[in-house]
Design a protein around this ligand. Structure first.
Ligand SMILES: [Zn+2]
Length: 365
């Protein structure tokens, strides 16, 4: 543990004298605030009836384009490699892979504990693109291994901002580590309420994974695993409340919610990357208006709807919707270009509406 005596740590990076503000390149973008939320070890069955009836916040987040049949990385169903995939838009393995396969607390930044040192070149992230465009960024995580993100993007290891204005070298403005799910939720809600410009936040909830490792991934309203999902559902509530009650956020905030992996194979873990219980995950997009639910795969005909048993090889030209689509989708919602070097959602991120839905004015005579 990096913080043995603390359950909540907030690190502020004084990254720049320039306050975050909407950059000109974002003009016309629909959203000023985007959250990428990952619920560690969330199996899609927990979001199906009747269980989902006990999850009021997640029920609300299902009102929008979503699929309960997205995929993790093709080769890995463990935590840190999949989260790095979400934030870099890259697979774990292969020539375009981000290459981070460790799932423990990283070594120190000067002992190879950055994504760039490990890979041998700079691995850009969603934070680079957003921060260089004047978007304020945050990581709120509930496992200490996420310090890898701080070491890679909030320190001198990060690439300088070569565009004007210079928003500073560190790409993560606020880093929160909290063990209690409610602390994660409240820290994000507080920050959103205070935002004075556009924001991109990555939010990680560990509780279902921790319960799964102790008591197994039992899909039942009586299980400790499902109780942990209820805890996360409650922790999400203040975030939605902040969005609903803050005029600058309401209608201008989008949420992408997914998971790093499912779980249950082998028992009490999720390391078998060939098992659907581990590689099937939800992928939800909430566009701030409680829109009718729609099928995210149907909206993206270039993305196959995989058979339940199919994880789809990393080298397959037609890739299913994966958690690694989250980063570039978040950037496109903010009106920003994709992550350099990314492969998922680049050059075009996921489509969230049919062409008719995106141009309703054309229906009016
Ligand atoms: Zn785990």
């Amino acid at each position: 543990m990096l913080f043995p005596s603390l359950s909540l740590v907030i690190a502020l990076t004084l990254s720049s004298a320039v306050p975050p503000q909407p950059s000109e390149s974002r003009e016309g973008s629909q959203f000023d605030h985007v959250l990428i939320i990952s619920i560690d070890g969330l199996r899609p069955e927990a979001l199906e009836p009747p269980l989902v009836g006990q999850l009021p916040t997640l029920t609300r987040l299902l009102r929008g384009p979503h699929t309960l049949d997205a995929r993790t990385d093709a080769d890995f169903t463990i935590t840190l490699p999949n989260h790095v995939a979400m934030l870099t838009g890259r697979p774990v393995d292969g020539p375009e892979g981000h290459g981070w396969k460790l799932n423990t607390d990283p070594p120190g930044a000067t002992q190879g504990g950055t994504l760039h040192a490990n890979r041998g070149f700079y691995v850009a992230s969603v934070f680079d693109v957003a921060h260089d465009a004047g978007v304020s960024t945050m990581v709120a995580a509930s496992k200490t291994k996420f310090w890898l993100l701080e070491q890679s993007y909030a320190s001198k290891a990060a690439q300088p901002d070569r565009s004007e204005p210079d928003y500073g070298q560190p790409k993560i403005d606020v880093f929160v580590f909290a063990e209690a799910m409610r602390d994660v939720g409240h820290s994000v809600a507080d920050r959103l309420r205070r935002a004075s410009g556009p924001t991109l936040d990555f939010v990680h909830f560990a509780a279902p994974d921790i319960a799964g490792h102790s008591y197994d991934w039992i899909i039942s309203s009586e299980s400790k695993y499902f109780a942990a999902i209820r805890t996360v559902d409650a922790a999400l509530a203040p975030i939605l409340e902040a969005i609903d009650t803050t005029p600058a956020l309401c209608g201008r905030t989008a949420i992408i919610l997914t998971a790093d992996h499912g779980g249950g194979v082998p028992r009490k873990t999720h390391t078998d990357a060939t098992c659907p219980l581990n590689f099937r995950i939800p992928f939800l997009v909430w566009l701030g208006a409680d829109a009718p639910a729609s099928d995210l795969i149907a909206l993206n005909p270039d993305r196959p709807r995989p058979a339940r048993e199919s994880r789809v090889a990393r080298t397959d030209p037609a890739q299913p919707i994966r958690n690694a689509d989250a980063g570039n989708l978040a950037l496109s919602l903010l009106g920003l270009p994709p992550i350099p070097g990314s492969t998922y959602g680049n050059p075009r991120s996921l489509r969230l509406a049919t062409p008719l839905q995106t141009q309703p004015e054309k229906l009016t005579p």
